[in-house]
Design a protein around this ligand. Structure first.
Ligand code: GDP
Length: 365
């Protein structure tokens, strides 16, 4: 399953947020392929389209799609030099697909800040520096190796060294690897380095419970926004403490509490949706009377691989798919009307699945 790592300095609210995530957590019986680990929280992705399809089809059950948040606590200054449990944590970051970087924007005299004062930009730089140093290490080692291989006259290594040098230059200027523009082909050359600063990132600005209704009024949030804008990253203001309280409530109690706080929906839902977008993920649906369900794929996946997300047999025995776009199905009001309108398409092995496709697979067993 795809995963998002939660990182940040100590005492910024990571565990509080992670607890809210596990509390709000998914029904694990529905997601047997997800990791069982105290540091992994499985979340369901809120999606209005799923509610709409449920109204339309009236199935026995509705199952949202899910992905994983991994709590990567313990990152401190000096991690790249092995301080604390440095290397272990960096290795965990290497395994996730995207990063949620929690930044402390709340004031609280009683809670110590590692550097003595609330300083979100300083905190971001401290963490980013560790990631950059770790990447410099990886890039330097690879450059040495590729230079040796280049002597054999292999063109690919020459091109690889050229790309690595560009990455190295950026890293030495304190810039993340993701800030270097690479072509698809160049990306492939360095993909197996799994550079930490190549991963997409979003900043979760942790504000106090009093500020949650007007988080943009918090001057620290403003600073984080300015910083993030320069690197094309997104910012989600959130109050970890409030989210932990919301996660304990259900139904009407939850709705009332949100209203009291002046919130449309939980910050966690916004964070989940942003993280999903950050991962570059698409959702397709299956809609039968037994079950209406959302499934996650990567952008660009073809029909057989998309079917494989449900079951490997579906991919192996794939024949074709019946597909209708979500908007067309909803406008038609039923599968039958969509069929009469000629909106139900038959697609083969080469079909690239689109976000919002409602699919039915035909396969050999
Ligand atoms: P971590 O070290 O980053 O995992 O931080 P924790 O989640 O353990 O939080 C550190 C302390 O800050 C705890 O005492 C939390 O209760 C507190 N804390 C976290 N979020 C907030 C918040 O939004 N407001 C306030 N006042 N305290 C918070």
């Amino acid at each position: 399953a795809l995963s998002c790592g939660i990182v940040g300095l100590p005492n910024v609210g990571k565990s509080t947020l992670f607890n809210a995530i596990t509390q709000a957590g998914a029904e694990s019986a529905n997601y047997p392929f997800c990791t069982i680990d105290p540091n992994v929280g499985v979340v369901e992705v809120p999606d209005e389209r799923l509610d709409k399809l449920t109204e339309l089809v009236v199935p026995k059950q509705t199952v949202p799609t899910a992905f994983e948040f991994v709590d990567i606590a313990g990152l401190v200054a000096g991690a790249s030099k092995g301080e604390g449990l440095g290397n272990k944590f960096l290795a965990h970051i290497r395994e996730v697909d995207a990063i949620v970087h929690v930044v402390r924007c709340f004031q609280d005299e009683n809670i110590t800040h590692v550097s003595g004062k609330v300083d979100p930009l300083g905190d971001i730089q401290t963490i980013n520096l560790e990631l950059i140093l770790a990447d410099i290490d990886s890039v330097d080692r690879r450059i040495d190796r590729s230079r040796k291989n280049m002597k054999g006259g292999n063109k690919q290594y020459a091109q690889e060294v050229e790309v690595l040098e560009r990455l190295k230059a950026a890293l030495y200027e304190d810039r993340a690897a993701r800030s270097v523009e690479l072509t698809e082909e160049e990306h492939v050359l360095v993909r197996d380095l799994h550079l930490l600063t190549m991963k997409p990132v979003l900043y979760a600005a942790n504000v106090s419970e009093e500020e949650v209704a007007d988080a943009e009024g918090n001057p620290y949030v403003k600073l984080v926004r300015e910083f993030a804008a320069a690197e094309n990253a997104e910012v989600v203001p959130i109050s970890a403490k409030v989210e932990a309280e919301i996660a304990e409530l259900e139904g009407e109690d939850k709705a009332m509490f949100l209203e009291e706080l002046g919130m449309q929906e939980s910050g966690l839902n916004r964070l989940i949706r942003s993280a999903y977008k950050l991962l570059g993920l698409y959702t397709y649906f299956t809609a039968g009377v037994q079950e209406v369900r959302a499934w996650t794929i990567r952008k660009g996946m073809k029909a057989p691989q998309a079917a494989g997300v449900i079951h490997t047999d579906f991919e192996r025995g794939f024949i074709r798919a019946e597909v209708v776009a979500y908007d067309e199905l909803v406008a038609a009001g039923s599968m039958n009307v969509a069929r009469e309108r000629g909106q139900l398409r038959l697609e083969g092995k080469e079909y690239v699945v689109q976000d919002g496709d409602v699919m039915h697979f035909r396969f050999n067993v």
